[in-house]
Design a protein around this ligand. Structure first.
Ligand code: LLP
Length: 381
């Protein structure tokens, strides 16, 4: 990726930089993979930068939301309500009412108590809510335990065994209509076998449901496709071909069934970087530290998940040293990389933390009374 370093010089660091050309390239590559009955809902939890949202919305994708706030952001960004799916284990009444009033595509429902509340609120508003049940397929994605969601012990979804009973309960209610099945097994998944296993589980479940004469028009397989954090320049695009062909090959859809995806990271991950400035080089007893002005408040993934983002010195490529790259926050976990090979780095150099477009800016906090990082796009600079 090329960075417009001259334009960076006068900006207050740290900030996020989004390359919208790469975003568009990713969106085009996704579009090329879609069959007529495939629909992608961008998981907006990954990044809500308005310009990024505009590109995604203009490319025709729908949205996957997990809060009333996200629904509001999507509607403001111009996503049609009819393309918004609303998931989450704990939906508040006002969020359900907002979704009912705006007539979103579908609620992804995670429990019977939630279904009952949606039914009651829909009745109050004279609506019939479209719902899909989130099923916990007990498929273990080979990823960090905090981003695995489809295992039996996770809080998410309804067990496969309870599905027939749940759908029958739903059919007996007056103000909810069951239109689909929803799954999501985790995030940053690079092993396509996890997705093919998911397909096999869905096929099994569809057969069971069919024996009860239940065929639902929509199947939603969630998101989860991972990106290359180690070498973002080698793989600026996720492996979309492998991902979509897994579903084309293994998932047995019934005639007319629509297939939905909720990709987040795969869409925005590689187009964003956190740009920071080197404050000091500190010689410790056994380590050499590069102290930068971005901290875990700006990008929490390394501290929270042990995630690693490629670090690039944008100001110099001369020499080679090994550093621990750390932020200024008063927490020992405020470390971006240990024993990281970098060019000889000095105060004032600009540093890019790569592949930070997803779950970067949106997860920033104001801990230590810091200001939230701004975000710029390649077009806006
Ligand atoms: N659908 C559902 C129901 C989800 O829970 C998620 C992500 C997605 C779709 C989008 O998943 P993606 O395609 O982005 O993998 N903060 C963590 C990731 C948390 C993901 C939560 N759910 C991180 O920084 O790695």
């Amino acid at each position: 990726m090329q960075f417009p370093i001259d334009k960076f010089q006068h900006l207050r660091t740290p900030f996020y930089y989004y390359d919208t050309a790469l975003l568009d390239q990713t969106l085009n590559a996704i579009r090329q993979q879609l069959l007529p009955n495939y629909h992608v809902h961008y998981a907006i939890k990954a990044c809500t930068h308005p310009e990024v949202l505009r590109h995604i919305q203009e490319s025709g994708l729908g949205a996957d939301c997990v809060s009333g706030g996200e629904i509001e952001v999507c509607l403001r960004a111009g996503f049609p309500a009819g393309k918004i799916a609303f998931a989450g284990v704990g939906k508040s009444d006002w969020e359900i009412e907002l979704a009912l009033q705006t007539d979103i595509f579908c609620f992804n429902v995670e429990s019977i108590p939630e279904l009952e509340v949606i039914n009651q609120l829909a009745k109050k508003h004279g609506k019939v809510a479209r719902v899909a049940f989130r099923i916990n397929p007990n498929v273990g994605a080979h990823t960090h335990e905090y981003t695995t969601t489809g295992r039996a012990e996770n809080k998410f979804g309804i067990a496969m065994e309870d599905m027939v009973g749940t759908i029958q309960r739903c059919q007996a209610m007056s103000n909810v209509e069951c239109i689909g099945l929803h799954f999501h097994i985790g995030s940053q998944i690079l092993d396509m076998e996890d997705f093919s296993t998911l397909c096999l589980r869905i096929n099994e479940l569809q057969e069971v449901l069919e024996s009860y004469r239940i065929v639902l028009p929509h199947i939603n397989v969630g998101g989860g496709l991972g990106i290359d954090y180690e070498d973002p320049d080698l793989h600026p695009l996720p492996n979309l071909e492998a991902y979509f062909s897994t579903f084309k090959r293994y998932l047995q859809l019934r005639p007319g069934q629509q297939l939905h995806f909720e990709l987040g990271r795969a869409i925005v991950g590689q187009c964003g970087s956190l740009i920071s400035r080197v404050l000091y080089i500190k010689q410790g007893a056994v380590k050499q530290f590069v102290i930068i002005d971005a901290g875990m408040t700006d990008l929490i993934r390394p501290a929270l998940y042990g995630a690693s983002h490629k670090i690039q010195n944008l100001s110099s490529q001369e020499g080679s040293e090994v550093y621990d790259v750390v932020g200024p926050i008063c927490e020992s976990s405020d470390v971006f990389a240990k024993d990281c090979p970098l060019p000889l780095t000095t105060r004032g150099h600009l540093i890019a933390l790569r592949s930070a477009g997803a779950y970067g800016q949106i997860m920033a906090s104001q801990y230590n009374c810091r200001t939230l990082p701004l975000g710029y796009t390649s077009e806006s600079l």
